[in-house]
Write a protein that binds this ligand. Structure first.
Ligand code: G6P
Length: 625
């Protein structure tokens, strides 16, 4: 896949989550249809981003605000919301993917201030949410939702009450909030405008005749304009039917016209935000997904969670498919770094594994969807034996999250590709972060682990950008293979299993993973000249041990692909295809290094003519046992 086709605002720096659209028109029907109909169609074009609720506000010339919102998918609720019946001069609309507060009617956007004069929609997460919420409540604000977004409306309300103009209020609001955001605000003091501000989350302005619009992505606007301005981090301003005002760093105006670009998109590119497949989009999203996970963890990993883990007699960690492999990494770190008595297992094996638990034991359910029946059943069995239950999941309000005693959300954004990618990386990072905190409580030295957690987003970014094309070329060499092995030792075993799973589920090449040391006890019998064997090696105590296993495979003529820390020159020299990766020494490396396996599997599927987003016989979420 050419990097050129990746649209910059929806590219590898942003977390795809929530959809935003706003429009101001000089008169009704300048858009050629009621504003409500336009908003509905725009949201449909943003559906690929994933969402759980929908809402909009339409404002007419005499400042009357109509606000409607509801939990559910557009197709199910569009008639209840009745978009087409509403016309006006300003409209904003939103598809929400829950981050603060479960999916519900009242948490859906837009949100309003106490006086009903400021209406806000938002994409992103505010890091100082808790602190701002307490402050606003102490000042007498009435909060009607559990969202971070609503806080923005109340902060603007305060600033306006202090006598600031809407633009000044916006500047002050941006100084107050921390985190990732792209938000739109209607402020009734200046009723022909939509104010906006952006940091990290994407936002694009669309230029028209007698109207201007603003959205989280170009597809929402493409029916009405192809002339756009990509808003950059740290910028804010407003649009009105005839003006666009942008400023940077809190009051340096920018000439918007110098930034206008004309886009020419195919429908294929539009649906997937510029990527040929959701899986590619989600592979590229990993750096920002990991950043988002890391930003959300400090508030969630409470002292109580750490205490129950450190006091546990045994810790059971269960997951299915990719989540099981993440459970393996978490288990490995808990045993080897913190010296806890943990064990990971495949969720569906709960009957044979969970035999005699009690309230001294802890069970951790790892599940992207939070709905996988095998993991849910395992969790219920552990709970019925009084074990304390922690859920690590990506979906707010999912069944596993609801039934757990403690929940930890990854906040990786929606994952649509059936083959999990970014949620593996973020599950691993969640586990690594917990392990880091456990080390700190126990006084265990973990500076290397801490460092690798923090650099994992940039290393993942580097690996993806450097190796996507190489994995595409490698896939051309391997595409006729009928079998493959993925071998690892110790720390690299879980991502070897994950690599084999990815290859078999989307490219349909038979792939197996083994502990490299075990490969001589049977698997090697299949190896003949040209048989592809992928070794993954971190710079740790297993890096030396694996050399013999590589030699054994080479002696049988295997085609060796070695993805290793770049300082492991002896190991890399043994490869037919060496892949030298930034040196990492702890199991945190599982998150960045797995991108190699994902990109190889993805490109193998594409080279063999299969659609990686629609693997046969598989479902994203499996709710039958
Ligand atoms: C299905 C999917 C896998 C996924 C597994 C567990 O089998 O096809 O990609 O890893 O379920 O899903 P979960 O939502 O529990 O992580």
């Amino acid at each position: 896949m050419s990097r050129d086709i990746i649209y910059c605002a929806a590219g590898n720096r942003v977390l795809i989550v929530c959809g935003i659209i706003g429009v101001c028109q000089r008169e009704k029907l300048v858009l050629g249809e009621p504003i409500g109909s336009f908003l509905k169609k725009a949201l449909q074009r943003l559906e690929y981003r994933g969402y759980d609720s929908v809402g909009f506000a339409v404002i007419d010339k005499d400042r009357r605000i109509t606000l409607r919102k509801k939990k559910g998918k557009l197709a199910e609720i569009e008639n209840i919301l009745g978009f087409d019946a509403f016309d006006g001069v300003v409209g904003i609309a939103h598809t929400r993917w829950a981050t603060h507060g479960e999916p519900s009617d009242r948490n859906a956007h837009p949100h309003i201030d106490c006086n009903g004069c400021v209406v806000v929609i938002h994409n992103g997460t505010l890091q100082n949410y808790q602190e701002l919420k307490e402050l606003l409540i102490s000042r007498g604000h009435l909060l009607r939702s559990d969202t971070d977004t609503e806080l923005i409306a109340h902060i603007i309300e305060e600033k306006i009450r202090e006598g600031l103009t809407p633009l000044e209020a916006l500047r002050e609001t941006v100084k107050t909030i921390k985190g990732a955001y792209a938000f739109l605000a209607y402020i009734c003091k200046e009723p022909d405008k939509i104010f906006f501000a952006k940091n990290v989350s994407p936002i694009v302005i669309g230029l028209g005749n007698g109207f201007n619009m603003i959205a989280s992505d170009i597809p929402a606007m493409i029916s009405h304009t192809k002339r756009v301005i990509v808003v950059e981090d740290g910028e804010m301003g407003y649009i009105s039917p005839d003006t666009i005002y942008i400023e940077k760093d809190n009051n340096t105006p920018i000439d918007p016209m110098s930034r206008v670009i004309t886009v020419d998109w195919t429908p294929e590119m539009i649906d997937k935000g510029g990527y040929p497949h959701y899986m590619a989009k989600e592979i590229y999203e990993q750096p920002i997904a990991i950043r988002s996970t890391l930003a959300g963890l400090p508030d969630q990993i409470t002292d109580e969670i750490l205490r129950i883990l450190l006091r546990a007699r045994r810790i059971y960690i269960a997951g299915a498919g990719t989540s099981y492999h993440a459970a393996m990494v978490i288990d490995f770190m808990m045993r080897n770094i913190v010296d806890l008595d943990s064990r990971s297992f495949i969720s569906s094996e709960y009957l044979s594994t969970l035999r005699s638990l009690d309230d001294n034991d802890v069970f951790i359910a790892v599940s992207q969807s939070g709905e996988t029946i095998d993991t849910l059943m395992a969790m219920r069995r552990a709970k019925s034996m009084n074990a304390k239950v922690i859920a690590v999941t990506n979906v707010l309000g999912s069944t596993i999250a609801r039934e757990a005693d403690y929940k930890i959300y990854m906040r990786a954004g929606p994952e649509i590709g059936v083959a999990a990618t970014k949620t593996f990386a973020t599950e691993v990072i969640t586990g690594a972060y917990i392990v880091e905190k456990l080390c700190l409580v126990r006084g265990i030295e973990c500076s290397q682990l801490s460092k690798e957690i923090r650099i994992s987003p940039s290393i993942t970014e580097l690996i993806i950008n450097k190796y996507f094309k190489e994995m595409e070329s490698l896939s051309k060499i391997l595409k006729e293979a009928r079998n493959m092995y993925f071998l690892g030792r110790g720390s690299t075993l879980p991502i070897s299993y994950e690599g084999a799973l990815k290859v078999k589920e989307i490219s349909y090449i038979h792939a197996e993973a083994y502990p490299a040391g075990e490969s001589k006890h049977g698997p090697i019998a299949l190896v003949e000249p040209g048989f592809p064997v992928v070794f993954t090696i971190f710079d740790d105590e297993y890096g030396e041990l694996i050399i013999n296993n590589i030699e054994e495979m080479k002696a049988r003529g295997a085609y060796t692909i070695i993805a290793a820390s770049e300082n492991l020159e002896r190991q890399l020299k043994l490869a037919n295809k060496p892949i030298a990766l930034p040196t990492m020494r702890t199991p945190v490396a599982s998150a960045p290094y797995v991108a190699i396996h994902q990109m190889l599997a993805y490109n193998l599927a594409v080279s063999r003519g299969y659609d990686p987003d629609k693997p046969r016989n598989l479902a994203k979420t499996v709710t039958v046992e």
